[in-house]
Every structure is written in C-alpha cells, then in structure tokens.
Design a protein around this ligand. Structure first.
Ligand SMILES: *Cc1c(COP(=O)(O)O)cnc(C)c1O
Length: 232
C-alpha cells in the first residue's frame, strides 16, 4: 500500500491527520510543525519532500547529515533538526549544521556545546531531551535531572533553550503513550514557572505511530519518518 502512494500523497495524508488531531484538541493546525525525519533516505527524497512543502528536516547522525545535507547546501529556508544522540566530539559540526539540537541531555555535552557557541559568537538553539518513561535503553535525561540541566541551559548566554523533547515507548496502542506526552508537558510547565524569562514553547513529541496522541497532549513539533518517506 505505502509503496503505491507518492511522497506528496503521504505528506498530504500526514497534514490532514495533523489538522484533524489539532482541531479535535481545540488547537490550530498551523501550531504543529512537521519535522520530516529523513535519516537513511537519500538526498533525492529530501529534495522531493522540500518540493512538496516540507521545511523542517530531522536527522539522527551528524556525519550522515553532513554528507547528505550540506553539499549541495539545503535551501536557506530549510531548517535542520538533530534528533539523535550527540557525542561531545561532534559538537562543532552539529552546532554549525543544525538549526535546532533536540537531543541535549547531559552536562558534559552542554559544556562542549557552550564552547562552540562562544566560537560561533551566537547562541545555539536547543531542546532538553527527557526520558520521561525512564526506559533504560533510551537517551534523554532522567526527569529528576531536568530542572538542574534546564537551569544550566537557561543561565548560559550560549544557549537559546526553546523547550523539551521526548521519545515515547513503543506501545501497541498510541493512547498508551499519552501519559508520557502529558508528562513532558507537565515538566515543561514546571520549568517555565521556574524560568519566567524562557517561554519554552516547544514540545517535540510524537512519531509516525503516535503523533495524533502527541498533538492531543500539546505537541508543537512532531518527528515523522516512515509515514512520509516509507519504511526504512
Ligand atoms: C527515527 C526517529 C523518528 C521518526 O520515527 P518514525 O517512526 O519513522 O516516524 C523520530 N524521532 C527520533 C528521535 C528518531 O530517531
């Protein structure tokens, strides 16, 4: 089935479901940004998604993104999101290539990125990734460490802390992921109260299998791979 639809049709279907989920939650569809996750897909597919209207692209490896998305460079209005775990020694290319680093989750990485911000002489836009469901294999900080890490990010001129990101557990029914999404939103509300100077508007949560549930719980950014590009 998926193979018989075009990329443009799959994007249209995701857009329709985003609008439906947003309206059901009393939200505006345009307040949900679709990040097209193009990891493992070739540049041709990325260009096709751009032509179909996508402007946000997610990659989980710095090296793959460097090879694929910087030569030739993406159009100036395309924004690249790093959504995978970042090794501190890749901070330099990551800071210059990505418009938003969604996977900041530990002090050592924050220290490394801070040095790059000083070198670039501009703040680095980041999200704090939280392992809300406390899954042992997943990256993201523990929920109890989020206040300390958010305070570190908020206090440094090296960062533009825009919000939080999480990956929900793989569950048979997307509704079972809702407590995880609600947990990220509650944590955001807590951190927002602690840091009134920071809007923390961004909640990056929801993927191909669970994005309507994430939108119902307030997702502002959904990270969609397979539902746009097909199975990996
Ligand atoms: C791969 C990936 C996605 C997209 O997953 P799909 O199930 O293909 O939509 C979203 N977020 C992260 C962090 C990923 O690594």
């Amino acid at each position: 089935m998926l193979e018989q639809t075009t990329l443009a049709e799959r994007i249209a279907r995701v857009r329709a479901q985003v609008a439906d989920a947003a309206l059901r939650a009393g939200r505006r569809p345009e307040d949900v940004t679709i990040v097209a996750v193009c990891k493992t897909f070739p540049r041709d597919a990325v260009d096709a998604a751009y032509l179909a209207g996508m402007r946000h692209f997610g990659e989980n490896r710095v090296q793959e993104a460097q090879g694929k998305l910087s030569d030739p460079p993406m159009p100036a209005d395309a924004m690249l999101h790093l959504i995978g775990q970042l090794q501190s020694n890749k901070s330099r290319p990551a800071a210059s290539l990505f418009g938003l680093i969604e996977s900041v989750d530990r002090l050592s990485l924050i220290d490394a990125l801070e040095r790059e911000a000083e070198r670039l002489e501009r703040p680095i836009p980041v999200l704090l990734q939280v392992n809300v469901a406390r899954e042992p294999q997943k990256s993201g900080c523990a929920p109890e460490d989020a206040p300390m890490l958010a305070a570190r990010l908020a206090a440094s001129p090296a960062f533009d802390l825009q919000g939080l990101m999480t990956i929900a557990p793989l569950v048979p029914d997307p509704d079972l992921a809702r407590p995880t999404f609600a947990g990220l939103r509650d944590l955001r509300d807590l951190l927002r109260a602690a840091h009134p100077g920071h809007a923390l508007d961004v909640l990056s949560m929801g993927m191909s299998d669970d994005y309507p549930a994430a939108i119902a719980e307030g997702a502002t950014h959904i990270r969609i791979g397979r539902a746009i590009f097909g199975t990996r």
